[in-house]
Design a protein around this ligand. Sequence first.
Ligand code: GP9
Ligand code: MN
Length: 623
Amino acid sequence: MKVLIDKIKSFHLNIDQKFLGVAILFLWLKSYIVSRFIFDLPLENAIEEFILLINPISSVLILFIGALVIRRKLSRQGIFVLSLLFTFLLYANLVYYRFFNDFITIPVLFQVQNFGDLGGSAKGLMNPWDLLLFVDLFILSFFGRKKGIKSIVVPKLARRFLVVAAAALLVFNVMLAETQRPQLLTRTFDREMLVKYLGVYNYHAYDLFMHSKASAQRAFAESSDIIEVENYVSDGFDEENEFTGIAKDKNVILISMESLQDFVINYEVEGQEVTPFLNQLVKESFYFTNFYQQTGQGKTSDSEFLVDNSLYPLSRGAVFTTNAQNTYKGLPAILNENGYATASFHGNNKSFWNRDLMYKNLGYEFFYDETYFEVSEENSVNYGLKDIPFFEQSIPKLQNLKQPFHAKFITLTNHYPFVLDEEDIMIPTLQTSSGTVNRYVQTVRYFDEALKLFFEQLKETGLYDNSIIILYGDHYGISENHNRAMESVIGKKVTPFEYLKLQKVPFIVHIPGMDGKEMTTVGGQIDVKPTILNLLGIKPGKDIQFGEDLFNENRRDFAVLRDGSFVADYYSYTEGICYQNWDGNPTEDKYCSQLKDLADHELRLSDKVIQGDLIRFLDEFEE
Ligand code: GP9
Ligand code: MN
């Protein structure tokens, strides 16, 4: 102990080490200033402020100390070059941010078109004040010339200490970030969040890692890999039925209903309907009562992926962020080729779930993100713009779209933790043991009202008559943590079999002028793309779709959930056990285990398509 104290007492930095220290300090400071005052990151509390302050230092330390560990000493030129590289990275992000309000990703670097956009106005995006970012480099190079500064050597003990300190800081940073945003790294929601919580350099390291992983998997794929998949999905692909082309050339209005589970339909709280409008709408529509959500960690974005591609999302992470550069044959792209204008409307930050990049790839021509809406303190709650003003403000934009159009609306208010402003509460809460479940019915009720108003506006503007309106719940709102509370809602014990059934979300196809019908076929979000294409009478040509048209009477009753559970005509499977649909009792029937193998096989093939980026090979096999 005494030795250590003496060591600390006698500790002093020589001029070389001071030089290194100053370089690190400068880099930390300017990274912080840029992140805090130039990037418009929403900071919600003191912890987030603190995270932002500490996050550049871990990466800066790791860089310099890492270089020292590898090379044992660093020349002043070495320090200068490292500072220059980091400054350049920071500055590139700053310029990119000014234009795109987003951060650079590796794939973006290779998208020449992006920089084409930037190129013309790059000058306009630079500002004389930006030179301040480089001031420290001038200072360093000036002092570096001074006699006496040679190679920087940091004693072994100090080096060890610094390595541990940098690593500990990084771990602390990530842990603190996780308290603010659980699953930040596994779900990788949003670049804005990654930069806010990890810092711009750590974000780039993470982006590089994710990108390399995806590239490696892609590199090992061969064009022949697609044959097995094609053979599997081709059955019944082109079959026609009485619904084929029934909505030819009509506008398609697709509504993603946030966290809407099927159990709320016709459910009442103290004698008041939770979804009065939907209850009426389902009577006037094709209402699929055995339709399942099939999302994984990518939640809303996974549901979008399923609907647009008829491929399964991945079991880990959000495919919108992990495989956004793949080739896809998205529903919007197909409709676009067939003369449709295509747009997505969503009152949230555009880079959430990497939508801004992924949408281009799926064939959306327009993305009306939050910047296209008037969003204020009063008209937003929780994640952003409330559903009523969202739909209201969307109408004029919709009217401006060339017809026929394909327009997707992603609602937001009915999102965990299900909070509303006082004036938007229309029904009482439930009285279960879970506050989440109790509030859920109120936010659902608010959404139902928004939907009613939207339909009214569609009718007023005349858009209604030329359109078909398709609605689906994106994923569950109530997780299994609330099973006890859900027992009083559904009136029975929430066994794994019942929990599986709670994964039903409404799927509603509303065709103005047609009578409604309850449809009992078992299906899921994967079936939406072929269903829409069939209604419009559009043949997509060569494509890989795991779903089947829900109006096809010969279709198989089958919905595979992302965790490997499935529901079929007579049997269901979840958590390792097969159940009989008619009484919910476990069974060991052979047919059920065959279905289980089929479900696994299907998920595996879909994963292979995504990981190997196999759609890019489709054309090679065009006859
Ligand atoms: C975010 C919104 C909600 O833009 O789609 O995302 P979720 O948490 O439901 O996936
Ligand atoms: Mn959602």
